[in-house]
Write a protein that binds this ligand. Structure first.
Ligand code: SF4
Length: 226
């Protein structure tokens, strides 16, 4: 689901530390392992043009496919089954997530705080179920996912906030441990599939606020093939 395309030996883990090769079967340790659950204003995702003034039932499991040096959620994004045999948090089945979202008057479910592609199978099941119950679905994502993942969840995914961390490949490589182009491809894919997408750019003084960031902005805002 993530874009690292990890090749993993038996008993080893993907980069996120939450998917494992168990005798030739890819096993997810993230399913239902909720490490954070909150009722947030949609503007906190942040989405400013999608269901404004509503609340979103916001959940995360441990794990991320990036290792950003500046991550403010590192306690939950950088923990994993590889590091800890016992994951902190509660077991919450998709039916219970949808029930709690509705009971609290939320209009949507957000997959957020860590990286939703790490718990993709879980998010997919909740999204499908929630859609039937009239809930919208939101990914708050670093965008480092495959086209197949986006196309798979597209029928149930209404909106994304993509954290576009920089306009430079060296920033992605050295600070986030990922790659820029895959993130741009995801944004183009969302646009092509009519998924509402808003971009967040966290400005970190002296790291991604130089003049060389600006030169590529036009390229980002008018992406190829859109
Ligand atoms: S992508 Fe987000 S959650 Fe993952 S390490 Fe970077 S800042 Fe943290």
């Amino acid at each position: 689901m993530g874009n690292h395309h990890c090749r993993i030996a038996d008993t080893e883990f993907e980069i996120c530390g939450m998917r494992q090769n168990q005798a030739g079967k890819l096993y997810t340790h993230a399913y239902g392992e909720v490490i954070a659950a909150n009722i947030d204003p949609i503007e906190k995702k942040p989405l400013y043009h999608f269901l404004p003034g509503t609340t979103s039932f916001s959940i995360a499991t441990p794990g991320c496919n990036f290792h950003c040096d500046f991550c403010q959620n590192w306690q939950i994004s950088q923990t994993s089954k590889r590091k800890d045999q016992r994951l902190p948090g509660d077991k919450l089945l998709p039916e219970e997530v949808v029930r709690q979202a509705k009971a609290n008057g939320c209009r949507s479910t957000s997959y957020t705080y860590t990286e939703p592609t790490i718990f993709f199978e879980y998010a997919y099941d909740i999204s499908k179920l929630g859609k039937k119950e009239g809930l919208f679905n939101v990914f708050v994502t670093n965008g480092y996912m495959t086209m197949e993942a986006i196309e798979t969840i597209a029928p149930f995914l209404d909106a994304c906030d993509v954290d576009l961390k920089s306009f430079r490949e060296d920033f992605y490589k050295n600070i986030c441990h990922g790659h820029l182009e895959a993130v741009l491809e995801s944004i183009r894919c969302m646009k092509r599939l009519n998924i509402w997408a808003e971009l967040t750019n966290l400005v970190i003084p002296e790291l991604n606020d130089g003049d060389d960031e600006e030169s590529t902005q036009a390229y980002i805002l008018v992406p190829r093939g859109v």
